[in-house]
Design a protein around this ligand. Structure first.
Ligand code: K7E
Ligand code: CUA
Length: 656
């Protein structure tokens, strides 16, 4: 796909100079703000009291989700998603391992970016949380009754699944866009071509993943787009419902030294996608089924994960299906794209731009109707910038990245380089307030701040650089969040708190929407695991060839059985442990000496399986890893391992 655009190349030198200056000389000197008594009171959640909001923070390169209470900043929980969890055995137990299957095999560590709550009528509803994985393109769905990952779908024909996972107002779709374009031939196969042939061979895709009423995800269609870098997205709402907006950079189509070569054009593009029209084309069988191998993992009603491989996806070519995409010229290498709560305006975070461009949806539609095009790229019409512009926010700080909204007519944008948050009036595009952050904020988050109904009381700046904010912990530091009061005219800094991994983005929702549905334990009667053991009388050890299945129960403060004999070197031993407790907050753990597959933490009423392949003759202990009662230390057992070919028979028991 060839570029037919005028290029303005003179301006790129200026922002690069600013960035270099800051890299070389560090961030501007900061004055330390000490918390005032007033601020302390606003974030104080007394012992035993609960926070007002749940905050769901992406763990970034740790591949998980951190759950924080707001305003206290308390770290409540970590939900494992794309990474194995040494806390609860996710990705280690036999029931959960399939969640980390991909078309590249088992991938136990991912790079997560954007959490997004499911929505009903444009308002976060607390059913599910979606999050994307960038490196091995995937999207996960977390069930918020259990704070547990229930589904992960891989995105084919993608590399760097960054523009993801943002929902449409009724969670009809989650969107995804490829950050890296890749060589794709007519069959969308990743070709063996010279990297220098980028402009001729590399393409991108924008994907729409359908979400069923039960949450089930499937890729409905992908749209083939020119080989730019697609960065972020957000769906339209209200009047703009039916559209989704994706930023792109590298419209230069550079393949090396992007910091200079992809910073030349005065403007790149926001792709405005008419997803309702595209979905109609897909429903009508338009486009073509193309190769698109991807793995889909889900948890069944027994709580057991399964994987299936899907080979094809429907691909729509916008040069043959008019009206599904228009390009909005947008200065300059835009990062975030954010739609105002009323759905009227689309703000971009042009990271190398000296202004924040704000497009008008109504003007965009008018420009499309009147064919106010300034050219086309790969068959996609490019609208005239002046024809679609609502306004430009002047003096927005250096390096604007992401914007959220308070629902009272104001927008808040992070400025990465000048380390500040800038508040501006949406209608007038005038800056009305600014506050320093420490240091270099990426995303910011207002509870509901990317939805139609922000709960605009707090803002959290998600800062990339922590440096001196806390006690030093060697070279590696947690990132830092800052809670800011936005209830008045002036923003006020209330609290700093460290966050694990790199919380690119976060979402928050009033606690009562979630807490009332939170599962406290699993009913033993509903346990559908085929290896469950629901009473001690049913506990047993069964040999099947070289496989030994231990049907194990745990209850305060013993295992049944706790003495096992007849296991031999060369066996594969499956410990299927059922926690018989029916009380809130009484998990039992399980650790087997010499097991390479980790440990288990089993919730009340749940069954989890650990595999152990004993390699040495002897008697090996196992024990409970969670201090569950005063006699927790007594919660232990032994397995006798005999030589290969030994005639020691299977025998087991507790208290005999
Ligand atoms: Cu700006 Cu991955 Cu959303 Cu990080 S991204 S900041
Ligand atoms: Cu069960 Cu400790």
């Amino acid at each position: 796909m060839k570029l037919k655009m005028k290029k303005n190349t003179w301006i790129w030198g200026l922002p690069v100079f600013v960035i270099l200056t800051i890299i070389l000389y560090g961030c501007p000197t900061e004055k330390r703000l000490s918390g005032t008594g007033d601020a302390a009171e606003k974030v104080y959640v007394a012992p035993g009291e609960h926070d007002e909001f749940y905050g769901f923070f992406s763990g970034g390169y740790n591949g998980q989700v951190g759950v924080y209470g707001l305003p206290s900043g308390r770290h409540l929980y970590t939900i494992p998603v794309f990474s194995q969890s040494p806390t609860n055995g996710y990705g280690y137990s036999e029931e959960t391992k399939p969640m980390l299957n991909t078309s590249h095999g088992f991938v136990p560590w991912g790079d997560a970016h954007h959490t997004e709550l499911s929505q009903t009528d444009g308002v976060p509803d607390g059913r599910w949380l979606f999050i994307n994985e960038n490196n091995t393109p995937r999207i996960a769905r977390i069930d918020l009754k259990e704070f547990d990952t229930h589904e992960i779908i891989e995105i084919p024909n993608s590399a760097g699944n960054h523009a993801s996972s943002f929902v449409t107002p009724n969670t009809e779709y989650v969107s995804a866009g490829t950050r890296f374009s890749i060589p794709m031939d007519d069959k969308l196969q990743n070709e063996d071509v010279s990297i220098k042939s980028y402009k001729d061979n590399f393409k991108g895709t924008l994907s729409f993943i359908k979400v069923g009423n039960d949450g089930h995800m499937s890729i409905d269609f992908q749209i083939l787009v020119p080989g730019f870098d697609y960065d972020l997205s957000h769906a339209g709402k209200g009047p703009s419902n039916g559209w989704a907006f994706f930023t792109s950079y590298n419209s230069e189509q550079a393949n090396t030294l992007l910091e200079i070569n992809a910073s030349k054009n005065d403007k790149d593009f926001i792709a405005a996608v008419n997803w309702k029209k595209a979905a109609q084309y897909a429903a009508d069988g338009k486009g073509a089924m193309m190769p698109g191998k991807h793995v889909h993992n889900w948890v069944d009603e027994a709580g057991i994960a399964h994987s299936e491989t899907i080979d094809q996806v429907r691909v729509l070519d916008p040069s043959k299906l008019p009206g599904i995409i228009y390009y909005l010229p947008t200065p300059k290498s835009p990062h975030g794209v954010d739609v105002t709560p009323d759905g009227k305006y689309i703000a971009a975070g042009g990271k190398l731009s000296t202004i924040i461009p704000v497009h008008s949806f109504a003007k965009m539609i008018k420009a499309i109707d009147e064919k106010k095009f300034e050219g086309e790229v790969g068959g996609i019409p490019v609208l005239q910038y002046e024809a679609i512009l609502h306004g430009e926010v002047k003096n927005p700080g250096l390096g604007p990245l992401h914007t959220e909204f308070d629902g009272k007519g104001y927008a808040y944008t992070t400025a990465f380089i000048s380390s500040e948050i800038v508040k501006w009036d949406i209608e007038s595009t005038k800056v009305v307030d600014r506050i320093k952050t420490y240091y270099s904020p990426g995303h910011l988050m207002i509870p509901g701040g990317d939805s139609q109904k922000p709960w605009g009381k707090y803002l959290v700046a998600l800062n990339k650089i922590t440096k001196d904010r806390y006690l030093p912990t060697g070279p590696e530091l947690f990132h830092s969040a800052q809670l800011i009061d936005i209830s008045g005219d002036k923003m006020k800094l209330l609290l700093d708190f460290p966050t694990e991994g790199e919380p690119h983005y976060a979402q928050a929702i009033p606690q009562e929407i979630i807490s009332k549905n939170s599962v406290r334990f699993y009913k033993l009667d509903n346990n559908k695991n085929p290896y469950k053991t629901t009473s001690e009388a049913d506990a047993k050890v069964v040999r099947k060839g070289n496989d030994v299945h231990v049907y194990l129960t745990a209850i305060r403060s013993h295992f049944t059985p706790d003495n096992i004999e007849g296991v031999k070197v060369g066996d594969k031993v499956y410990f299927h442990m059922t926690n018989l407790e029916q009380d809130w907050d009484i998990p039992h753990g399980f650790a087997m000496k010499g097991a390479n597959t980790g440990e288990l933490l089993v919730m009340p009423g749940q069954t989890r399986t650990l595999v152990w392949e004993p390699k040495e003759v002897g008697v090996q202990p196992f024990y409970c890893t969670d201090f569950c009662s005063a006699l927790h230390q007594e919660m232990q057992g032994y397995v006798r391992v005999s030589p290969r070919g030994s005639n020691v028979k299977i025998a087991y028991g507790t208290g005999q």
